[in-house]
Design a protein around this ligand. Structure first.
Ligand code: TRP
Length: 438
């Protein structure tokens, strides 16, 4: 594939499906519940949703806009749109760094998901009670060998899809997957809510206790919003560069943000009632989902089928996200370093797998990559992206891009205010306050 023969998406649903495929993943079903649990529940959820609306959505739209305007990956995009302002190119560099870090621990968690898929298929968890399931997860996670093998398998699959190219690789899988995953999560939520003792879980998730809010908690909410929407590092800009002019960018950003938030909240409804019903600690960390959901499957009719379907779909959801992360690195290698697509993919996948090994071997490495990418690199990228569209591209370019499909640009005045002032100031404040500097 050459740089000027850029692959395009065939239709509107293809673009939205691919962007939603990137956004919806382990971030919604694994990270959202565990971070919400660690940060006190309801108040965190409220702040998170506020950030999605006020910052996440505008930044996502900005990324789509930058990508489509420049017709390039994010690094090349800034170079083309603002050649005299090298500061913005740091978005591209931070983006590549963030993609490396995120994929490293993402592959580990995706590996856990694959192990649980295997266990679901062989019906290996059905006899266990809640305590046994928790112990089982911890033993598996510390066994190292299993998790390491899965990291390799997951990265291999991701690389195989990326080598296939954008259109064939991504669009095909996402269209069928999204609705199916949604249906399973809804069924799980219904089951979970009807468990004895579910009430406490719903209260935890939906009754805000504002005394739980602190600078760190608010920063975690911001980081989770960025992570879940796949924004702040150019993934969405790369997709934007593949979107045709006739598509409505605002509609795309709204649809993707809405679908992503809906799935996260539903995952919360599926998990927290069960957490309380089975006496699990909501702040037990990254293992929360893996320790909780098997209990729900064990207590439901047809649990075997549902558990297999759920974990298979979750692996696929993880793949459509990891593909988008690897794509950023590959696009950069191909377009800036002039590598072939295949070579770029292999080099990137192998080096990320090595980082993944560190994440398996050390909890500290895992936590460092997880925390730094979401709470540091993505919000920093978000500031630059907002400032770029608000101040450098400016009103006219923004409007041109938002109306390129032939429709009106709604809320463009408000959007400009958010991008110029509100988002950069809010992100900076949350950031400094969360780090204890303000
Ligand atoms: N948003 C994805 C998820 O929720 C993860 C992801 C994919 C991502 N691409 C990203 C996160 C880019 C940040 C940036 O699972």
């Amino acid at each position: 594939m050459t740089t000027n023969a850029r692959d395009g998406f065939t239709n509107k649903f293809g673009v939205i499906a691919a962007a939603a495929g990137s956004a919806v993943g382990l971030g919604n079903i694994w990270r959202f519940p565990y971070v919400t649990g660690e940060n006190g529940g309801g108040a965190f959820l409220l702040v998170y949703l506020l950030f999605i609306l006020l910052i996440g959505l505008p930044v996502m739209l900005s990324e789509l806009l930058i990508g489509r305007r420049a017709q390039k990956n994010v690094f090349g995009a800034f170079k083309a749109l603002a050649p005299d302002k090298p500061i913005f190119m740091s978005v591209g560099i931070m983006g590549v760094a963030a993609a490396f870090m995120i994929l490293a621990f993402y592959a580990v968690v995706a590996g856990w998901t694959m192990e649980y898929t295997y266990l679901a298929i062989i019906d290996g968890l059905s006899g266990m009670n809640s305590t046994e399931l928790s112990v089982f997860f911890q033993e598996f996670q510390t066994s190292k060998i299993g998790p390491l093998v899965w990291v390799g398998i997951f990265m291999f699959l991701t690389a195989a899809i990326v080598i296939g190219g954008v259109k064939n690789g991504i669009e095909k899988y996402t269209k069928i997957l999204m609705p199916l995953l949604l249906v399973i999560i809804i069924i799980l939520s219904i089951k979970s809510v009807s468990l004895e003792g579910a009430q406490a879980g719903l209260a935890f998730l939906f009754k805000p206790d504002f005394s739980k809010l602190s600078g760190e908690v608010i920063l975690e909410a911001l980081g989770q919003a960025f992570f879940s929407l796949s924004i702040g590092m150019g993934v969405i800009a790369t997709y934007g560069s593949y979107i045709q002019k006739k598509e409505n960018l605002m509609l795309t950003a709204v649809s993707v943000s809405f679908a992503d938030s809906l799935i996260a909240v539903l995952a919360g409804v599926a998990i927290f009632p069960a957490v309380f019903a089975f006496g699990i600690d909501p702040s037990s960390g990254p293992g929360l989902v893996f320790e909780t959901l098997p209990n729900v499957f064990n207590s439901m009719q047809g649990g075997y089928i549902f558990s297999v379907a759920f974990f298979v779909l979750l692996v696929i959801a993880a793949l459509t996200s990891s593909v988008s992360l690897l794509e950023v690195v590959v696009a950069y290698f191909v377009e800036e370093l002039k590598m072939t697509r295949k070579k770029a993919t292999v080099i990137a996948a192998v080096s990320i797998s090595v980082l993944g090994v560190f994440c398996v071997l050390s909890d500290d490495a895992f936590k460092f990559f997880d925390w730094t990418s979401s709470n540091l690199l993505l919000p920093l990228g978000g500031i630059l992206i907002a400032v770029f569209v608000g101040w450098i591209l400016g009103r006219q370019n923004m409007k041109d891009e938002l109306t390129a499909h032939g429709g009106k640009a709604y809320f463009s005045g408000l959007l400009l205010i958010i991008l110029k002032f509100i988002a950069p100031i809010a992100i900076s404040a949350v950031f400094l306050h969360g780090l204890g500097l303000l």
